[in-house]
Ligand binder design. Structure first.
Ligand code: FES
Ligand code: FES
Length: 156
């Protein structure tokens, strides 16, 4: 059944008719063209489809678009700045050489951003747990952890 929903995506109001079985991953990638949101396992195991929903990192493959009514969605496209500079979290991933093929990177950047936005301090072991929902098939986990730590330091 189709339902009209209104949400905010990367700061812009969006109104769409969505099937009540439609996953947010499909809406963002296939209908809104936000291809930073990666289609990986589609069963909540890899974290590649992570977006921020009202500031919380969520697997968009497991989240129905109709649940996003009235909510604010952020994808990596929403970090784009008018002056062309990168968000400090993106810059931290570059500075720490934490990007290989890049497939896992958008989701990890958004999870890292959610940690920065929490305003809390985390030990390295806690950060390991926090990013454990993300699989990197290139297995560069040490550099990814360095990047998340770096991002948190920049904001502290
Ligand atoms: S595609 Fe959503 S968790 Fe893997
Ligand atoms: S950089 Fe290739 S999957 Fe993580």
């Amino acid at each position: 059944m189709l339902k009209i929903i209104q949400m905010t995506v990367n700061g812009q109001p969006v109104e769409l008719a969505v099937d009540d079985r439609e996953a947010l991953l499909d809406t963002l990638r296939d209908r809104l063209g936000l291809t930073s949101v990666k289609r990986g396992c589609e069963v909540g195991e890899c974290g590649a489809c992570t977006v921020l929903i009202d500031g919380k990192a969520i697997d968009s493959c497991l989240y129905l678009t109709m649940w996003a009514q009235g909510r604010s969605i952020l994808t990596v496209e929403g970090l784009r700045r008018n002056d062309g500079t990168l968000d400090p979290v993106q810059q931290a991933f570059i500075d720490e050489c934490a990007v290989q093929c890049g497939f896992c990177t958008p989701g990890l950047i958004l999870t890292a951003l959610s940690l920065v936005m929490s305003g809390k301090a985390y030990t390295r072991d806690e950060l390991k747990t926090k990013i454990s929902g993300h699989l990197c098939r290139c297995t560069g986990y040490e550099n990814i952890l360095n990047a998340v730590e770096h991002a948190l330091k920049v904001h502290s």
